[in-house]
Design a protein around this ligand. Structure first.
Ligand SMILES: [Zn+2]
Ligand SMILES: [Zn+2]
Length: 319
C-alpha cells in the first residue's frame, strides 16, 4: 500500500488543514496545465490527488490508517469528474456545478431508497433566447448612432471609446423580457427519481444525469437525526431506559435494528446506570465497513407507587 502521508509530505498526526495546505501546494506544482505533456508530473499529480481523496475524508482516512485500501482505480482516473480538485481550485468548468442536499433516514441509508426530487435548474429563457430583453422593443442609441462606440480626435490621432450611454450595445433596452425579468435565465423544476443504494455513506455526492441544462447536478447525502439513535461515525449510541427492578434482576430485551432486523440482548442482573452493552456490527454499514451499537442503560425510577409495592419495599429494606 502506498504511503499517502509521505506523498503529501505530512504525517499521521497532521490536521485536515495541514493536509489541505500541503495538497494545494503540490497540486499547483504538478498540475497538468503547468506541465504540458510531462508524463512524470501527470503521474505525480494523480498520486497526490489519490492521497488527498483518502486523507481528506475522515472515514476513508481512518480505514486507511487501519490498513484498509480503498484508493481510486488509477486507470479510470478522470480529471473532469474529480470533485475535490474543482472544489479547491474552482477551475472554470464547462458546466456550473450545483449540489443539492438530500436528507435520508438512517434506516433508508442502510436499506437503500428511491426518492423523487424536484430540482430547480437554470435554463436559457425561451422567450428572449437568453438575452433578457425584447430586441424589437429596443431603440437605437442616439449617442453612438447604434455603433456602440464613439471615435474622437482628428485625422492624425483617433481614440475609439465604448459608448457610455448604451454601454457598447448600440441600442437602449426599453422592455425587459417578461418571462425572465431581464436575467436571460429561468428556473425550471425538473422531476427526477433517484435510487440510493444501500449502505450509502453520509456526504456522498451522487451525480444526476440531467441534459439540456446549464448546470451539472449532484445530490449530497445527509443523514437525518434519528429519534432514538445517536450516531458517531459508523457507531450508534442508544440511551436505553429501563426500570430499576429490571436493572437489579436482569432481563432480556428486543429492539429494532437499522436494517429492519430484531436485536435481542441481555441485561445482566445488578446492572448499574450508564453501563454499556456492546452489540457488534449493529451500527451503520458502508460498502466496506460496519459500525457497532452501544446500548447505554438508563435507570428509571417510578413516578407512582402502589400501597402494595410500598409495603414490599419496606419489607425489603428490613431484610
Ligand atoms: Zn450608444
Ligand atoms: Zn427572457
Amino acid at each position: 500500500m502506498k504511503d499517502y502521508y509521505l506523498i503529501l509530505g505530512v504525517n499521521k498526526n497532521s490536521s485536515l488543514e495541514e493536509i489541505k495546505t500541503s495538497y494545494r501546494k503540490l497540486a499547483m506544482k504538478y498540475h497538468p496545465d503547468r506541465n504540458q505533456g510531462d508524463k512524470k508530473s501527470e503521474d505525480k499529480f494523480k498520486e497526490i490527488n489519490e492521497a488527498y481523496s483518502i486523507l481528506s475524508d475522515n472515514i476513508k482516512r481512518e480505514e486507511y490508517d487501519n490498513g484498509f485500501d480503498n484508493r481510486i482505480n488509477n486507470n479510470n482516473f478522470d480529471f473532469s469528474s474529480f470533485d475535490i480538485f474543482n472544489d479547491i481550485f474552482n477551475f472554470k468548468k464547462k458546466k456550473k456545478k450545483k449540489i443539492f442536499d438530500l436528507e435520508i433516514s438512517l434506516e433508508e441509508s442502510q436499506l437503500g431508497v428511491s426518492k423523487t426530487l424536484n430540482i430547480p435548474l437554470d435554463k436559457k429563457c425561451f422567450l428572449c433566447l437568453g438575452k433578457g430583453f425584447d430586441k424589437n422593443k429596443s431603440v437605437k442609441c442616439s449617442n453612438c448612432l447604434g455603433y456602440g462606440y464613439i471615435v474622437q480626435g482628428d485625422s492624425f490621432f483617433k481614440i475609439k471609446q465604448t459608448c457610455f450611454n448604451c454601454e457598447g450595445k448600440g441600442f437602449l433596452i426599453r422592455k425587459f423580457c417578461k418571462q425572465c425579468l431581464g436575467k436571460g435565465i429561468i428556473k425550471l423544476h425538473t422531476k427526477k427519481i433517484i435510487y440510493i443504494k444501500k449502505n450509502v455513506e453520509e456526504g456522498k455526492k451522487i451525480p444526476l444525469n440531467i441534459n439540456d441544462f446549464k448546470e451539472s447536478v449532484f445530490i449530497n447525502i445527509i443523514f437525518k437525526n434519528h429519534p432514538l439513535y445517536k450516531k458517531k461515525r459508523l457507531d450508534i449510541y442508544y440511551n436505553f431506559n429501563i426500570n430499576f427492578v429490571d436493572m437489579i434482576l436482569g432481563c432480556k430485551k428486543k429492539i429494532k435494528g437499522l436494517r429492519n432486523n430484531d436485536i435481542f440482548f441481555k441485561i445482566p442482573k445488578l446492572s448499574r446506570d450508564n453501563d454499556v452493552i456492546l452489540i457488534k456490527n449493529e451500527g451503520l454499514y458502508t460498502e466496506y465497513n460496519k459500525g457497532n451499537m452501544y446500548i447505554i442503560l438508563k435507570t428509571i425510577l417510578p413516578k407512582n407507587i402502589s400501597d402494595k409495592q410500598l409495603k414490599l419495599l419496606k419489607k425489603f429494606k428490613k431484610l
